[in-house]
Design a protein around this ligand. Structure first.
Ligand code: SF4
Length: 549
């Protein structure tokens, strides 16, 4: 007899995933509860009217570890608490009374006046910290809640904001650092970025999403569009001319997924409307039950691009989109480092700090150097670099020298150029290992040890360091991706180290690096390991073969 014979058949009940559009409105996890209890954007008034006067200890825990993020504020890690102890501590034990603060800079766009102000704020309120993130933000540390009203007043008077720099909201929009001036660009995405920001950033109807929402808009493939929740990539339509190809569902961290093309072509002035439609689909159909499944990639994976486009068109846009071609994929990653001629005959000059480590003093020096060279505009890049625009030819050499003096090399070694690192254990409460300082040591070591083969590296080998299993530094799409964790060394000690992912990439090589079981390296052995991998690659590759192939 079959084991279930005689029992009534059980109907398989599919649990809801917390989609608002299907009626699951009840808060389903603590984050959803917090957002329902009080709209996250309301926290600004409490910071200005209460917490800034009464100090850190007066802050409501729900605001401190939740709603503060909608204004770019996270508590930073208490100095001196190492990764080995973290597992035994409650999150609040890791809280310092200082904050990390992100300033969102959509498209990485800054005037030299704004750059100088960011430098001054850093020196006055952030102990000279001012890292360049791989999302074109400036990230401060050591911020006190008491100073926030003044910092906001200064930023906002200069046209900058921290609104929705973090939280379950539409975060900073990545854009081409050389939009409007690059010879290779198909279309300038700046007007679309500006319009989305004007219409929707801070709009309460888009400020409670299931999770964070990342956007990239560029007229060329220089913003890692494959790993964004939504991306608009420049493409020439055979009948309608330049416009944008729409991608949805890209994301890293756990269950990484490359974005999928909707096969739709959108003219520039319709990008904000289509963007709002995609965000609305996510807001209404996104999975709010479990945080771990709340990114749009899970919805896109379940639905597929075709159904996503159909829902977008029928329920939100109320019209069909035009079909369009795929954008061209560049042969090499584009990072805008070095000197390049603009469409108007002037030049843009891209400089590399190490892994985005910057300071207020550096920003001030760059602002001064750029102005002296006749430029009024700078851009931050998604590769943690900085570009000075509109430089007359006769000023280029002097500017290069001044940038180098400030710590930005315009002709960097392949290592300085291609190493990226997240915040890591210095300030991040989720971190298990050190990253920024490790990246600086690694670059210096590799420059010295691999000087003999530097000329053979025609395509930089990207090395990305993460302090934990999240993927803030995009480890899955690096040639050598390093995920921070505690590992066992040869003597059986538990020490800082990394799980290695090999052979990831974007563009022509779009795909995730392979995580080889047992392929782990201690932090102390890191330089030896990278040196070995690079020498082996150069010895064994066929002519023209890239690392990820
Ligand atoms: Fe922090 Fe982890 Fe992100 Fe690094 S990857 S910044 S350690 S959360």
């Amino acid at each position: 007899m079959a084991p279930n014979a005689g029992r009534p058949a059980r109907t398989k009940q599919r649990r809801g995933e917390g989609q608002w559009a299907l009626g699951y409105r009840e808060p389903l996890n603590p984050n959803e509860r917090s957002k329902k209890d009080d709209h996250p954007l309301n926290v600004r008034a409490r910071i200005e009217n209460i917490y800034a006067h009464r100090g850190f200890d007066s802050i409501d825990p729900g605001d401190l570890r939740g709603r503060f993020r909608w204004y770019g504020l996270y508590t930073q890690r208490k100095p001196g608490i190492d990764g080995g102890r973290t597992a035994t501590l409650e999150p609040e034990e890791l809280d310092d009374s200082y904050f990390m603060l992100r300033v969102r800079l959509d498209g990485g766009a800054l005037t030299t006046d704004q750059l100088a102000l960011l430098g001054e704020i850093s020196q006055t309120y952030a102990r000279d910290s001012a890292d360049i993130t791989d999302r074109q933000n400036i990230q401060y540390h050591w911020i006190r809640v008491e100073d926030m009203p003044t910092i906001w007043a200064k930023l906002e008077a200069a046209g900058m904001t921290t609104m929705e720099a973090c939280g379950d909201s539409p975060r900073v929009i990545l854009g081409s650092p050389v939009a409007g001036i690059a010879r290779e660009e198909i279309i300038d995405g700046t007007p679309a970025i500006d319009e989305i920001r004007r219409r929707y950033v801070g709009d309460p109807q888009f400020a409670n999403l299931p999770r964070k929402f990342k956007t990239a808009i560029s007229g060329q493939a220089d913003v890692a569009h494959e790993i964004h929740d939504v991306a608009f990539v420049g493409v020439e339509h055979p009948e309608h001319g330049p416009g944008f190809d729409v991608w949805v569902g890209g994301g890293l961290s756990t269950n990484p997924m490359l974005g999928q093309r909707l096969g739709a072509w959108v003219p520039r002035d319709e990008v904000p409307e289509v963007w709002a439609g995609v965000v609305s689909v996510f807001r209404d159909y996104g999975y709010r039950r479990l945080r771990s499944r709340a990114r749009i990639k899970f919805l896109v994976k379940d639905w597929g691009a075709e159904k996503f486009r159909e829902v977008l068109e029928t329920e939100y846009l109320k019209r069909p989109l035009l079909d369009g071609p795929a954008p061209e994929v560049p042969a090499e990653p584009i990072d805008h480092v070095g000197v390049h001629e603009q469409v108007d005959g002037r030049f843009y000059v891209g400089g590399a700090p190490v892994a985005g480590r910057s300071s207020g003093s550096m920003l001030l020096a760059v602002a001064k150097a750029a102005e002296r060279a006749g430029s009024g505009r700078v851009r931050l890049t998604p590769q943690q670099k900085l570009v000075v625009l509109d430089v007359p030819e006769g000023e280029v050499e002097a500017l290069k020298a001044e940038l180098a003096e400030a710590g930005l090399q315009t002709d960097p070694s392949p290592w300085r150029r291609s190493v990226m690192a997240c915040t890591g254990i210095e300030f991040c409460k989720l971190a298990i290992v050190e990253t920024k300082a490790r990246a600086q040591e690694l670059v210096a070591d590799l420059e010295r040890r691999l000087a003999d083969i530097q000329g053979d590296i025609d395509t930089p080998v990207s090395v990305h360091l993460n302090g934990c299993p999240n993927s803030c530094a995009r480890i899955q799409v690096a040639d050598i991706g390093l995920k921070g964790q505690i590992v066992t060394d040869d003597d059986g000690n538990q020490v800082e180290g990394f799980q290695v992912h090999l052979g990831g990439g974007l563009g022509l090589d779009a795909g995730f690096g392979r995580k080889l079981r047992g392929h782990k390296v201690t932090s102390a052995e890191l330089t030896d390991y990278v040196e070995r991998v690079v020498r082996t690659y150069l010895d064994q590759r066929k002519p023209g073969e890239r690392f990820a192939q």
